[in-house]
Design a protein around this ligand. Structure first.
Ligand code: ARG
Length: 452
């Protein structure tokens, strides 16, 4: 509609090459909603008569109800062009009013923020569920021993509960930054036109309320030309996923038959078509691979954005699909991980067997002796090292549970402390859960404009 008529036809299909209609399936709903709010505003400022506005709104609802089949729409540049063309097809030239005081640049930025807001709320929900599982499981396994390793070598004795609290603390840190990122996303660029605003006297704050945004993106250049809100958020999401992937590596190691420290629910395992003895950790492997893919999407997003001057260029269109891909990988994978963690059990016998083999309490033993006999730590350390070399580890072994319960410092694996910490954290989760409920309600209200 726009380019073909204005710039003339060509011999190869450049329209479908540059079209975003496939990716736009993600934002179809919010493109319609944004147009509804725009039409409401055109009516309120007295540009559209209420019968005209009413007809356009009804047609927009009909288009919404008709669904979105992008494979039929590849002759359009994007969903915005399609919807406007469809309005004109249904209503005649009156449909063309929606082009007044609006650019695809401010509309697409609005729709992307609205869609990303939904994804973020879904992610927060998933993280809350993950945290609840981690914390309940930490309480359950606060005294179930695990040999913690550094350099992939047995290091110190700890518990599964202690490991799970580590993953919970990572998740809590991520959640708090994610909520700040949400506040950056939750602002309206609507009414800023292509770059430098429009003359139509749009009340941007009034529109913001209808879209359930928490404020406006002030500067019209920043509002239309920047994707910082998404870049920042995706950087956070991917950095969290990368760290989560490291916990997956621990779980996978513990599942190796050679260690066999934990047992997974069989629904997460797959066997081999030729080696019937295999129990492969299929879900963890796929999640870990997808985390790698998410890193790739983030790099793509950065790379597309980097050379683009401030001000809309179609490169920005090409960056958006990476945002959706990252969000899907995160939400799906974290739900899988939550389910995995809910189903794990510690194989205490196996862990105890290894505890008697490896002198994993040497650090604590040396600490204790150094303090109780007032000997410089390095001297005791050297004595302990000599015992280890001579193969006499019995004399320097401590009871793992005594070691754990003798630790009183913040963040250590003392089982009583792990349980208390987990309980305290469960109540923090409730605060975030209230934040989520409030925002979900706000977002749900916005969808009302689609109903009649
Ligand atoms: N389809 C574009 C996107 O997804 C929005 C349209 C902007 N197009 C333009 N020629 N200014 O970002």
């Amino acid at each position: 509609m726009y380019r073909r008529e204005l710039l003339g036809p060509g011999s190869v299909d450049k329209i479908s090459y540059t079209s975003s209609v496939m990716d736009d399936a993600e934002i179809f709903r919010y493109v319609i909603i944004t147009l509804m709010v725009h039409v409401n505003e055109l009516e309120r400022v007295g540009v559209l008569r209420s019968d005209e506005a009413g007809r356009i709104r009804n047609a927009l609802r009909d288009i919404w109800r008709g669904g979105y089949e992008p494979t039929r729409l590849t002759s359009y540049e994007d969903v915005h062009e399609y919807v406007e063309a469809e309005l004109i097809r249904r209503l005649g030239s009156i449909g063309g009013w929606v082009g007044l005081g609006r650019s695809r640049n401010d509309h697409v930025a609005t729709a992307i923020r609205l869609r990303l807001r939904d994804y973020l709320l879904d992610l927060v929900k998933t993280l809350i569920e993950l945290r609840r599982t981690l914390l309940n499981k930490a309480i359950e396994t606060a005294d179930q021993l695990i040999i913690g390793s550094t350099h992939k070598q047995p290091a110190q004795v700890t518990t599964l509960g202690h490991y799970l609290l580590a993953l919970d603390e990572l998740t809590a840190d991520f959640l708090s930054t994610l909520i700040h990122a949400y506040e950056v996303v939750d602002k309206s660029p609507l009414g800023t036109g292509p770059l430098a605003g429009v003359i139509t006297p749009i009340d941007r704050v009034r529109e913001t309320g209808e879209l359930g945004f928490n404020g406006v993106v002030n500067n019209s250049i920043y509002a239309t030309g920047s994707r910082y809100f998404a870049l920042q958020t995706m950087s956070l999401v991917v950095s969290y996923l990368v760290e989560v992937g490291r916990f997956i590596n621990n779980l996978e190691a513990w599942l190796m038959p050679q260690l066999n420290y934990v047992m997974a629910d069989p629904s997460h395992l797959a066997t081999s078509s030729i080696m019937p003895h295999k129990h492969n950790p299929a879900t963890l492997e796929v999640f870990r691979a997808r985390i790698g893919e998410a890193v790739g999407h983030l790099v793509a997003f950065y790379s597309i954005e980097r050379p683009v001057e401030v001000g809309y260029q179609l490169d920005l269109q090409e960056s958006t699909r990476h945002v959706w891909a990252i969000m899907r990988i995160a939400i799906e994978g974290l739900s899988i991980l939550r389910d995995f963690i809910e189903g794990i059990r510690v194989n205490n016998d196996r862990v105890n067997e290894d505890i008697s083999k490896y002198p994993i309490t040497t650090a604590e033993y040396a600490e204790k002796v150094s303090i109780s006999s007032h000997k410089p730590f390095r001297d005791v350390y050297n004595e302990v090292a000599r015992s280890i070399r001579s193969g006499d580890i019995r004399s320097i072994m401590l009871s793992p549970l005594d070691v754990l319960s003798g630790k009183g410092n913040i963040g250590s694996p003392n089982p009583a402390q792990v349980r208390n910490e987990a309980m305290r954290r469960l109540s923090d989760v409730e605060t975030i859960s209230n934040w989520l409920l409030n925002n979900e309600l706000k977002v749900k209200n916005v969808l009302r404009v689609l109903e009649d």
